[in-house]
Ligand binder design. Structure first.
Ligand code: HEC
Ligand code: HEC
Length: 356
């Protein structure tokens, strides 16, 4: 056939239309997966929130699709076709400027969302998500209800558990830090509160690394001065902990002695122990806005930021210089490894066998 302009035009129309028919028009007609066990229909309020989600362009930055390869990044189960049975059109999205939201429900509390929509920098100082403070009143309530249903039945159950736990958190917050701190720590595994040693010494280096992390992750809520008066505070109930009250509160979970006493070898550094800070940062405090950081901060960073909080706001002292770091960086043949022996270079150390 000769390539006349008419043939080229017709041919390209056929290509375009077959793509549109195959990818856009046919699938919704023929593909009706049965709802998965986790799928649930939306309530009227959630549907309102869904409309707001579409209207405000959230889908341009957030996907709703946990892919099988996201597993290692800590997402929930991979999405199934049946998870979208009640979605028309689906909001899978193709961009991930922000986190995937397919299991968002119950990941944060309602008050966290309230502060986050007011201005994302309140809860995450380095966020580039635009602020949605113009979404007010019922529309914001609906949008939050929609966030708290993403993730199907499991997600709704998580969100309900957050709401249940909040009741006690508020009660103990109102009793003041002397009762609140022991209560919070009673919800953590006891080994974490009393036993686990801090592997990262409270040195000036650790504290400085922790300061950078604190400003980037914690200051929006706990405030730059650690007094719980970050910009998110007015939206949160219970409000962020005021670390500067911890010593004065007289609360103690360690050895029954009230108040502040310092013995870093026994890990008795303050009424909030190093292990308790680690646990709170790792898993968050379910029911409060305190988020979990396990997907964002490696273990060493959590110890560092905890060391900063303790040193800057709760009166921990820097550990005396032990040479521990030099010890670790010393070449192996300079050590004697017997436990309890002073670790000094031995004159009779074997000459390293280079190139073996
Ligand atoms: C320009 C891109 C962008 C847009 C538009 C956007 N977000 Fe975000 N979103 C982000 C980024 C980046 C983060 C991660 C930092 C943070 O927590 O703010 C985020 C975080 C979130 C989180 C917290 C997720 C988590 O698990 O911690 C939620 C919920 C959320 N966004 C909802 C929305 C909703 C609802 C809208 C629309 C009203 C929206 N976003 C619009 C970029 C965006
Ligand atoms: C979105 C707000 C928010 C952010 C961000 C946040 N927190 Fe919190 N945090 C809270 C709230 C709220 C509480 C108090 C819960 C209560 O009193 O029931 C809390 C409590 C705590 C506690 C007390 C735990 C205990 O054992 O008593 C520690 C420690 C803590 N946060 C450390 C941090 C650190 C470190 C960061 C940054 C890596 C951080 N928080 C980020 C809101 C936040």
């Amino acid at each position: 056939m000769r390539m006349t302009p008419l043939v080229v035009l017709l041919g390209s129309f056929i290509v375009v239309f077959s793509v549109v028919i195959g990818n856009v028009i046919l699938p919704p007609q023929v593909f009706h997966p049965a709802p998965s066990p986790n799928a649930r229909p939306y309530t009227a309020l959630e549907l309102e929130g869904r409309e707001s989600y579409v209207r405000n362009g959230c889908v341009y930055c957030h996907s709703q699709d946990a892919r099988p390869m996201d597993w290692g990044n800590g997402s929930g189960m991979a999405s199934q076709p049946g998870d979208y049975a009640y979605d028309s059109p689906h909001l899978i999205g193709s961009e991930r400027q922000g986190p995937d939201l397919s299991h968002e429900a119950g990941y944060h509390t309602d008050d966290w969302h309230w502060a986050h929509f007011e201005d994302p920098r309140y809860t995450r100082p380095q966020s580039f998500m635009p602020d949605f403070s113009y979404i007010q009143g019922r529309e914001r309530v609906a949008l939050i209800a929609y966030m708290q249903c993403l993730g199907g039945r499991d997600g709704v159950a998580r969100a309900a558990q957050q709401a249940r736990l909040k009741v006690n958190l508020i009660k103990y917050y109102q009793k003041g830090p002397a009762e609140n701190i022991p209560y919070l720590q009673s919800t953590f595994p006891p080994g974490w509160v009393n036993k686990i040693p801090n592997p990262v010494p409270v040195t000036s280096g650790s504290v400085e690394r922790g300061r950078v992390l604190y400003v980037a992750y914690c200051a929006g809520c706990h405030g730059e001065a650690g007094d719980g008066r970050g910009p998110a505070k007015p939206y949160l109930n219970p409000p962020p902990m005021d670390f500067t009250l911890v010593q004065a509160s007289g609360a103690s979970t360690q050895g029954g002695q009230p108040g502040y006493h310092y013995d870093y070898r026994k890990n008795e550094v303050s009424s909030i122990s190093q292990g308790a800070i680690y646990y709170a940062v790792l898993y968050g405090i379910p029911g409060s806005a305190m988020p979990q950081f396990k997907g964002q901060l490696e273990s060493e960073k959590i110890w560092d930021v905890g060391n900063y909080v303790g040193w800057a706001f709760m009166g921990w002292k820097l550990e005396p210089y032990t040479g521990r770091y030099e010890e670790l960086t010393r070449r192996p043949w300079e050590h004697t490894w017997e436990i309890g022996q002073p670790r000094v270079a031995r004159a009779d150390a074997p000459v390293p066998n280079v190139g073996r």
